[in-house]
Design a protein around this ligand. Structure first.
Ligand code: THU
Length: 160
């Protein structure tokens, strides 16, 4: 037997004001996207914004469905659109913001497991890390320097 220990780190910032101007702008785009979420069932509104190396910004929000599993998270809505519109662009940064119509969301909301798998695909495809910043509607902001820090030991094309 051998033991493999996987360790990751996430940076935590006290508030959005501590982030670089470029990231604050991207987070503001995620907030705008969040306000366009279609989330009549969960009332949990998520927005994502992706900065590409061609300086394009791709927003996305969660899109729910009466058949619940048919809905899609904000992160995948954004990243699939980025991949569809700019297949050759490098994804540099993703910013994520979440709120709820039912309660205040003041701690960072991480991307779900399915979204991590989807983001991982693009990180492997481009062979460059994607920085991911995530937060609630206020409060601390978390930063992952690479998707790998959110999904260690991931399944990817090398496993096929
Ligand atoms: N949601 C996202 O958009 N991103 C995540 O990473 C977590 C969950 C959405 C899906 C659903 O519309 C609502 O939040 C509640 O789960």
């Amino acid at each position: 037997m051998k033991l493999i220990t996987v360790s990751t780190s996430i940076e935590i910032y006290d508030s959005i004001d501590e982030l670089p101007a470029e990231v604050i702008k991207l987070m503001n785009t995620a907030v705008e996207a969040r306000e366009k979420a279609y989330a009549p069932y969960s009332k949990f509104q998520v927005g994502a914004a992706i900065l590409l190396d061609n300086n394009e910004v791709i927003p996305g929000s969660n899109q729910e469905n009466a058949s619940y599993p048919s809905g899609l998270c904000a992160e995948r809505t954004a990243i699939y659109y980025a991949g569809a519109k700019y297949p050759k662009a490098i994804i540099k940064i993703m910013a994520i913001s979440a709120t709820s119509l039912n309660h205040a969301v003041t701690s960072p909301i991480p991307p779900c497991g399915a979204c991590r798998q989807a983001i991982a695909e693009y990180e492997v495809k481009q062979n460059e890390p994607i920085e991911i910043y995530f937060m609630g509607e206020s409060g601390e902001v978390a930063k992952s320097n690479s998707l790998k820090d959110l999904l260690p030991f991931a399944f990817d094309k090398s496993n096929l």
